[in-house]
Design a protein around this ligand. Sequence first.
Ligand SMILES: [Zn+2]
Length: 84
Amino acid sequence: MREYREIELQESQLVKVCCNQCGKELVVQDGILKEGCFSVDYPFDYFSNKDGYIYSFDLCESCFDRWVDGFQNPALITETKEFL
Ligand SMILES: [Zn+2]
């Protein structure tokens, strides 16, 4: 869950990010998220029962780790060559 504050016409600045799972408020300073967060905006497609719906949520690293650790088949983890 994210909340934005309008700072100028047509612009917004990130002011708050909360984990959708546990509710923890993540550190945001000067509009920049300062800790790990799994953020997704996933549009389900035609072959899904959720076709036409976009799921958007944020998870703190602890909740992300618990989620991924529960996978029957482990997630593929690769090392990134460049940091964005
Ligand atoms: Zn959490």
